[in-house]
Design a protein around this ligand. Sequence first.
Ligand code: PLP
Length: 382
Amino acid sequence: MAQIPPEMVELPRSGIRALMDLAWAQPGPVLRLEVGQPDRIPPDHIRQAMADSVMAGETKYTPNAGIPELREACAAKLRIVNGIEVEPSQVLVTAGSMQGLSLAILGLTTAGDEILVPDPGWPNYDMAARIACTRPVAYPLDAENGYLPDPATIEPLITDRTRMLIVNSPSNPLGTVIDRSHLEQLCELADRYDLWLLADECYDQIVFEADVAPSVAPLSPDRVVSVHSFSKTYAMTGLRVAYVSGPPQVVETLTKMQEAMVACVNGPAQKAALAALEGPQDFIVEMRDTYRRRRDMAVAAAEELGLAHHRPEGAFYLWLPLGSRIGDPMEFCRRLVVEHGVAVAPGSTFGDRGQGAVRVSLAAAEEDIVSGLERIAAALSD
Ligand code: PLP
């Protein structure tokens, strides 16, 4: 048999997936707090738009960069909501932010380059970097700094091969929202070393102390490539629509690459995304209030149970840095599923700094979240 590159064979599998499989395989009920997707379906007008599009026979390829009306609506949303000034031609519609992020990594780096990725951070950055034959270099997010990126600890990691810094705010798994001053410092660092800043803002509108998380692009429009998604904001994870925006030449290049990868995003799903932007936005407010209520309740429960936790300001996860007493996080999470009937994500899947931690999803019913935290506390005293 011809050889499969060992780097690809050895791509680490997501620990979350492994836990999901284990939870599915259990004979009895398991509280599912490991998943990273909203527990709701999109509002009627969004689903109706997709159904109408299919029934109207809109089943052909669309332009590579997306249907023009969606690119226009995305540019308007970026301007009004995020303060990012871009023309519709600077917006590329992608099959979820996962594809947008991978595309940006492939388009802006060459094999052997280094990419700075957050630790703890979403595991797909590491995978996407490896698929692009680049080297992911973890930069620490420490509790002492409120889990915010600290330029002083990032700078020593920069070499002459470093090409890109990935910034995720609000963060999965930490729920941190990076403030403007930290974003400015990251831009200065990127300027000094001529790095691309890849901003994953897929939870931009799921924040609890404001309407939107600050965006990095307005601070350095020439070196920031932003990724926004419909998945979390409108509970559309399976419809796979997101959008990349950035400098004109970047979007032009990525659009060309799009042709060889997916050609375009599913047309009816693009119509659903358009309906999401053009329709009423009360779903966002309702979901944000729901996640905030669950956050408050989960934090109160964690406090009462004596579980170490980081209070999230955005996204929908509660990070529990429980420490060395949990031993191997993957093993601890397996035990939680099999012996205590609760599935959570092992911290180690988010990087070395996630050792000793677990991530609890707040995209679940309130009673399940509280019961899940009680079971974790019980497992710790086994
Ligand atoms: N970025 C982060 C930080 C995420 O947590 C996720 C999904 O969990 C994504 C991107 C991917 O989202 P999408 O469905 O838009 O591909």
